[in-house]
Design a protein around this ligand. Structure first.
Ligand SMILES: Nc1nc2c(c(=O)[nH]1)N(C=O)[C@@H](CNc1ccc(C(=O)N[C@@H](CCC(=O)O)C(=O)O)cc1)CN2
Ligand SMILES: Nc1ncnc2c1ncn2[C@@H]1O[C@H](COP(=O)(O)OP(=O)(O)OP(=O)(O)O)[C@@H](O)[C@H]1O
Length: 190
């Protein structure tokens, strides 16, 4: 039987809450190292869209990746959520930008430029759970599915997770699957 989305969300929130600070730091370090090896072995145009991690939800720490992208001359974009709709604006993150936390604990740059959506080659997506076909479940607002549906190019979609995939998750016609998910022990390709 395929479990309901809400059940899966709660299961993964609990799994993350159970990680100690030290465990999380070790796992973040492994994911960072694996992600950088993978980025170096690819030949991607240096434009990336990156989510910024919600610390209180124990999302995978993407700040080390942000530093690496800046050090290696990548253009880094992220998103700004609108309070009225499910739209996300694209923002450009200048090297060495500092952050405060905003709605839901999402880091928000102190300085940013709002820009038109850029044709980035890679997008890192937040998730709670994912399955062996690359379908992901997030916090359930559908921001990222809508964002992906609205762009007219096809970036490589990468998830980051501390855990292995579920066998199968429920999905709907609007759900857009990942191409890769980077975990501490291996990279899953879909
Ligand atoms: N880092 C990050 N950025 C993101 C997302 C995300 O999941 N992670 N989102 C992905 O779409 C969008 C924001 N959507 C979000 C929706 C709910 C919650 C959240 O924390 N929900 C809590 C309830 C919090 C509360 O009510 O105060 C929860 O569901 O437990 C976070 C982000 C856009 N940016
Ligand atoms: N492209 C879209 N167009 C219109 N509605 C959408 C689209 N994508 C998602 N939605 C709506 O958004 C809501 C949440 O979707 P879903 O359960 O797939 O979110 P999620 O993938 O868990 O969360 P998120 O993408 O925010 O991390 C659903 O009610 C869905 O109908």
């Amino acid at each position: 039987m395929i479990p309901a989305k809400e059940y899966i969300r709660e299961k993964y929130k609990k799994k993350r809450a159970l990680l100690s600070d030290q465990d999380k730091m070790d796992l973040d370090q492994k994911i960072k190292a694996r992600a950088i090896d993978w980025l170096k072995s690819g030949d991607f145009p240096k434009k990336v869209h990156l989510f910024l991690p919600i610390e209180k939800q124990k999302e995978v720490d993407t700040f080390p990746l942000l530093e690496w992208f800046w050090e290696n001359g990548w253009d880094v974009y992220s998103s700004k959520i609108s309070s009225e709709s499910l739209d996300m604006e694209t923002i450009f993150l200048e090297p060495n930008t500092s952050f405060t936390t905003s709605t839901w604990g999402i880091p928000f740059p102190n300085d940013y430029q709002e820009v038109e959506v850029q044709e980035f080659s890679l997008i890192f997506l937040p998730l709670l759970a994912y399955d062996r076909s690359g379908y992901r479940i997030g916090f359930g607002k559908g921001y990222y599915d809508k964002f992906l549906a609205d762009i007219d190019f096809d970036p490589v979609k990468v998830g980051l997770s501390y855990f292995t995939p579920e066998q199968s998750l429920p999905y709907e016609s609007h759900d857009i699957p990942l191409d890769f998910c980077i975990t501490p022990e291996k990279i899953f390709t879909f």
